[in-house]
Design a protein around this ligand. Structure first.
Ligand code: XMP
Length: 532
């Protein structure tokens, strides 16, 4: 399988993030992309001298990580990171590994007193030493800065050439730097929200490194189009359009690049939201002039799902049928050599296992996995370099309407995974209506854009109620709304009681078949966003 059609990042100033396995490394990349700096995350195992030579970073960031520098065999970057003459910023484990490799000392464990202690959580850093560190421009203007600490080990002796510029009660070396070599090292995590001025620190770092901020969506669009044309030539491309933001933006970009060589297949599996099928097809076919096949396969999917209640079985059935249906329509149009997918950068990073070992399958995401091998097609993945917010920006560049771009993510298996227990057409109809009322409420209250994803799940229980003078025995449903940056972790949205009460009343009054409404207040982890 071939993967190409992404702009050549060699045309941009590039920053390398060497990943030592921190949970928040992706956030470093997001902060940098927000500054229009092109960066890539690579696990430390892959970063060799040859890799560095070829990547030619203008600056390097060493991420945090769970390992302990004092242990034998703990992860290291190659020595040449420090001899290339480029600025280096070490964060948490990155700071420790830097000190250790450059002649300082790190101590493990929870030691109190002089050298510092293990610290997890909020801390306040004060300036120290002579000041004048460009990295800290805009810091300490209102007193100490709040930072987020998360470390067991600590630096107990600085490497030669380094000086201290910031201290916290438990971290005498919270901010250090060797100005002559442009090496910077911080004990805390500037990339997380709990370090409110952390973004400024990254801005200062890339400024010191001489980045001009050449990574814009306008530039990306032009280069992506050239790259797609170079890859595809005059061959045909098909794209599975889900109506979600990623596949929509991929389709719009491909259309701009290769016009009528692109055919989109929109599979309606009967598990879409109210009016969704018609809306998606109208928008792409009528407003954007794309060639879209509306595959109405509700009977096939709902027939096979009838009576199935196990979540993984549902996903497997939907995945298999999706491939069959897609293949059927692809054959009907005479086949294609290329398959376009809206794979994003977080999907690419997640597929690199840090430990090299297999990770546990929580849920099998299906999308169109397996298709290219089966059909002998080559993948075109023009969004492989982008984060979700960048995809949205690109969508705007391409003229997709705002209300479409801002839509909440919707899973490939659709309402099937919001209908725990047996799937029936009657339950799906009730769910569609309840979901429409809920989303209408959220929009009316101006909350839609504050929420990452909101939906209703219909529960496999009936409960007793009383409406008017009569007894009811109908389904209960759960409202879900979460905030998130990437869907990997999530917090439930803190609706007001008034909002929840009003929404429950509307759903029970307007949706026959539901007589009880609950609100799901589980975060992820330990929950997941979807119910199955
Ligand atoms: P979970 O439920 O795993 O969901 O916390 C995280 C995000 O992924 C979406 N999701 C899917 N998207 N195919 C998709 O395209 C799938 O099989 C799938 N399962 C979950 C979910 O809606 C949320 O945004």
């Amino acid at each position: 399988m071939n993967i190409a059609a992404v702009p050549d990042p060699a045309n941009h100033e590039r920053l390398l993030i060497i990943d030592f396995g921190s949970q928040v490394t992706q956030l470093i990349a997001r902060r940098l992309r927000e500054l229009n700096v092109y960066c890539e995350i690579h696990p430390f195992q892959n970063v060799t001298d040859a890799f560095l030579e070829e990547f030619a970073p203008k600056a390097v960031i060493l991420s945090g990580g769970p390992a302990s520098v004092v242990h034998d065999g703990s992860p290291r970057p190659p020595e040449s990171v420090f001899t290339r003459g480029v600025p280096v910023l070490g964060i948490c484990y990155g700071q420790q590994v830097m000190m250790e490799m450059l002649g300082g000392k790190v101590e493990g464990g929870k030691i109190s007193g002089g050298g510092g202690t293990a610290e997890f959580g909020r801390a306040f850093v004060e300036p120290s030493g002579g000041g004048g560190l460009g990295l800290l421009d805009g810091w300490f203007t209102d007193g100490p800065e709040q930072v987020w600490m998360s470390h067991g080990d600590h630096v107990s002796r600085l490497a030669p050439g380094f000086e201290v510029y910031g201290v916290s009660p438990n971290a005498p070396y919270a901010i250090t730097a060797d100005l002559s070599r442009r090496f910077f090292a911080v004990q805390f995590h500037p990339e997380v929200h709990h370090t409110p001025r952390g973004a400024k620190l990254y801005e200062n770092f890339v400024g010191l490194a001489g980045f001009t901020g050449d990574w814009t969506m306008g530039a990306y669009r032009e280069q992506a189009i050239d790259a797609i044309r170079a890859q595809v030539g005059d061959k045909r491309v098909i794209c599975a359009l889900s109506g979600g933001v990623d596949s929509s933006v991929a389709a719009a970009l491909l259309h701009e690049a290769v016009g009528d060589q692109l055919t989109c297949v929109f599979v309606d599996h009967g598990l879409l939201r109210l009016d969704e099928g018609v809306e998606v097809v109208e928008m792409f076919r009528d407003h954007m002039n794309l060639h879209v096949i509306h595959a109405e396969e509700q009977e096939l999917f709902l027939g096979e799902l009838d009576g199935v209640s196990d979540p993984e079985t549902k996903r497997k059935i939907i995945g298999r049928l999706f491939i069959d249906v897609f293949q059927k329509y692809a054959t009907r149009i005479g086949g294609a050599e290329f398959l376009a997918q809206g794979t994003l950068y977080p999907d690419v990073i997640e597929s690199v296992s840090f430990s090299g070992g297999p990770s546990v399958t929580i849920k099998s995401h299906h999308n169109v996995g397996g298709l290219p091998e089966k059909m002998g097609m080559t993948l075109v993945e023009p969004l492989r370099e982008l984060f979700k917010d960048e995809v949205r920006a690109l969508g705007r560049e391409l003229g997709l309407p705002d209300h479409f771009i801002a839509r909440h993510p919707f899973p490939g298996p659709g309402l099937a995974i919001r209908c725990p227990g047996e799937i029936t057409r009657a339950k799906l109809d009730i769910l569609r209506q309840a979901d429409a009322v809920y989303i209408d409420q959220i929009r009316k209250h101006g909350l839609y854009d504050e929420i990452w994803q909101a939906f209703v799940a219909i529960l496999p229980v009936r409960t007793v109620g009383v409406m008017g003078d009569g007894r009811t025995y109908d389904f209960a449903c759960a409202l879900r709304a979460v905030t998130s940056v990437d869907g990997m972790t999530a917090d439930y949205y803190p609706f007001s009681h008034e909002f929840l009460g009003e929404t429950a009343t509307r759903i029970i009054n307007e949706v026959p078949g539901i007589n009880r409404v609950t609100y799901d207040i589980t975060s992820k982890p330990p929950g997941t966003i979807e119910w199955e």
